[in-house]
Design a protein around this ligand. Structure first.
Ligand SMILES: Nc1ncnc2c1ncn2[C@@H]1O[C@H](COP(=O)(O)OP(=O)(O)OP(=O)(O)O)[C@@H](O)[C@H]1O
Length: 637
């Protein structure tokens, strides 16, 4: 009987234009990738038959050309399909209502619960392998006026009842440190700039208080303007912006989980996927929208979305969202459309890294905010063991093979994520690994969206336990069981390194991060040494020596001071600890910031925009130094 690989037999993926996306790693479990041939790219279309089971001998079979897979609408557009079929139906069936000033939860549905929360019998995940106790004595700093006290349990107010049930279904037993602070801060109606280590639960940090508030307060009615075309326009009350499509999807999945049975219907919009399908889906209800900036701008331009009801604006990976690459798009969304101003909405920014210059820019979007830093901000978790190896460029491939064939289980058990700097290199390396019998696939900005999603799916499911990625996978992605991150090419910006290695060692688990270093990376040597020192890691002698050679700071920033509330820099009496009474000085004027003097004392940042302090400033041009944080967008976006 002809073998039908599982990904082809699944009806929800559709095989429209002659094949699926992404050559079929899916059958790894049958013939095993050792012989079976899996493709890293390109559907197999016609060549599939000869490829499968025939060994892949270089590229022969799997049709590297774009022949096979159904782009866009065809093949594997899972999320679009979901709009029209099962997912939506399932969750819409359970949707609650808001009647007479209170939420009425929808009906429970075991099948939907299984889909959203997994099987509690089978799943060890979630609270199981997680040890957030490791974070209990983590240093926390809160600055800003009248910061509310942290909560200790989810059961404390202000978490809403239904949300609490959904949190329990997720098997989260207590809030992570960042959640302990963010929940009451947002609950008190405050704006927030939050920095916390990778994998420490920031997504819940914004979703919990936002959903809790929406559940309690209900929808804002939409007034008709009499224009029939306006009827199709949606008016979400919360907007979550994310820098990559994959992260937007992930945030949406989390929002779906926690809004189960509530009146809130989340939607996601992102590029590379069918615009009209997204609009159709939104027309069934869109109360919380997760978006990438480009696609949202398109939707705004075409009048499909109004932001006039936004109560919560969230910038996930905020430093990335506000750096040079995205800033104009964000400004258009926040300031150039119909979104309420800073005092009529709450703005929340989350990231593991937050450079000063980006913090300064962020103030335009915030109102009297609280700055929260949990752990050594901009640092890496001590749960991640970092190894820096000296490897010349020409030896990288063989060193990689040594690692991947190692008999040391700690290096090879679980999923391995390999970062390279260019899209071309991602292709070259994944092809190389495939020819060497390693089950690899790749993700980068030149692949179609369906290929990207499929690659991620293969990786997550373990069918392709090796993923070669560009920076597109560096931020935010939460993939359980990534045990090893390899920086085959080190990034030029130390913050990118922090985010990349943060794909392992998440949620209190341990992980390993290996980096290939050579003289070509000397510009990050100093910062790397600082980072390793902060994270209590071993520092090889060659790295110490090179870092002493001078020259170098990369595109990154000095790590002498981990990211802190930049408003404190003028010595206005910051007290640290759990709360901070607003006695930091002012900043400079609109351009620049910092200000050595500031009006320390209580003036804070009122006055003519940000107080009248600040002789110094941080460079007259607000953006003068932000280029340092941009990791060449063109490469992967
Ligand atoms: N209160 C909790 N209890 C148990 N697990 C949690 C809790 N909150 C979050 N998690 C889990 O911890 C993991 C990491 O969370 P999340 O992805 O939000 O981290 P993050 O801080 O946003 O990371 P990054 O900086 O990489 O974006 C996820 O698998 C999430 O389900």
């Amino acid at each position: 009987m002809a073998y039908v690989p599982p990904h082809r037999s699944r009806s929800d993926r559709g095989d429209s234009e002659g094949g699926n996306s992404e050559g079929g790693n899916s059958f790894g479990h049958e013939g095993g990738y050792q012989r079976g041939g899996y493709g890293s790219r390109g559907g197999y279309g016609n060549s599939y038959g000869s490829n499968y089971g025939g060994g892949y001998g270089s590229r022969g079979g799997y049709g590297r050309g774009r022949g096979g897979y159904g782009r866009g609408r065809g093949g594997y557009n899972r999320r679009d399909n979901e709009y029209s079929s099962r997912g939506s139906y399932g969750r819409d069936k359970c949707r609650g209502t808001f009647v007479d000033g209170a939420q009425k939860p929808g009906a429970k549905d075991k099948k939907v619960e299984l889909e959203l929360f997994g099987d509690p019998e089978k799943e060890e995940k979630s609270a199981g392998g997680i040890n957030f106790d490791n974070y209990d004595d983590i240093p926390v700093e809160v600055s800003g006026e009248d910061a509310p006290e942290p909560i200790d349990k989810f059961t404390c107010p202000p978490i809403e009842e239904l949300l609490m049930e959904n949190i329990e279904l997720s098997r989260f037993t207590k809030p992570t440190p960042v959640q302990k602070y963010s929940i009451p801060i947002v609950g008190a109606g405050r704006d927030l700039m939050a920095c916390a280590q990778t994998g420490s639960g920031k997504t819940g940090g914004f979703l919990f208080p936002v959903l809790s508030s929406l559940f309690k307060n209900g929808p804002t009615p939409v007034e008709s303007d009499g224009n029939i075309f306006s009827k199709r326009k949606v008016h979400p009350m919360a907007l979550v912006l994310a820098p990559t499509r994959e992260l937007a999807i992930q945030n949406f999945e989390e929002a779906k989980k926690f809004s189960y049975r509530s009146w809130v219907r989340p939607c996601v919009v992102y590029g590379g996927s069918d615009f009209h399908a997204q609009v159709r889906n939104m027309s069934r209800g869109c109360d919380l929208i997760v978006a990438t900036p480009g696609r949202l701008n398109d939707m705004l331009e075409r009048g499909c979305v109004s932001l006039s009801h936004i109560k919560f604006l969230v910038l996930d990976e905020a430093d990335r969202m506000l750096d040079m690459g995205f800033e104009p798009q964000i400004r258009n969304i926040v300031e150039g459309c119909d979104m309420p101003g800073t005092t009529e909405r709450q703005t929340l920014m989350f990231s593991a890294t937050f450079p000063r210059e980006i913090q300064a820019m962020a103030r335009d979007f915030l109102n009297n905010y609280i700055f929260l830093s949990v752990g050594k901000v901009g640092s890496t978790s001590e749960n991640i063991t970092q190894r820096i190896m000296y490897v010349e460029d020409e030896d990288k491939k063989s060193s990689l093979l040594d690692i991947l064939s190692s008999t040391d289980d700690t290096l090879t058990t679980g999923l391995t994520l390999i970062f390279v700097e260019t899209k071309r290199m991602a292709d070259i390396l994944s092809d190389f690994l495939i020819t060497q019998n390693f089950p690899a696939t790749s993700i980068h900005g030149d692949r179609t969206q369906s290929e990207r999603e499929h690659a991620l799916e293969l990786f997550k499911s373990g069918r392709s336990p090796i993923l070669v990625a560009t920076a597109v996978a560096a931020r935010g992605l939460d993939i359980p069981n990534v045990t090893h991150v390899i920086n085959y090419d080190l990034p030029g910006d130390i913050d990118d390194y922090v985010h990349r290695i943060g794909r392992t060692g998440r949620a209190g688990n341990t992980g390993i991060a290996t980096a290939f270093f050579n003289r070509g990376n000397r510009n990050v040597a100093k910062e790397l040494v600082q980072l390793l020192t902060d994270s209590k890691q071993e520092i090889p002698d060659f790295l110490k020596n090179i870092s002493r050679e001078g020259s170098g700071r990369g595109r990154g920033r000095s790590r002498n001071a981990p990211y802190r509330d930049y408003r404190r820099s003028n010595g206005g009496g910051y007290r640290g600890g759990n709360s901070y009474g607003g006695d930091y000085g002012g900043y400079g004027n609109n351009s620049g910031f910092g200000g050595n003097s500031g009006n320390s004392g209580n003036s804070g940042y009122g006055g003519s925009r940000y107080g009248n302090g600040g002789n110094g400033g941080f460079g007259g041009n607000k953006f003068s130094s932000s280029s340092s944080s941009s990791n060449s967008n063109s490469q992967w976006w």
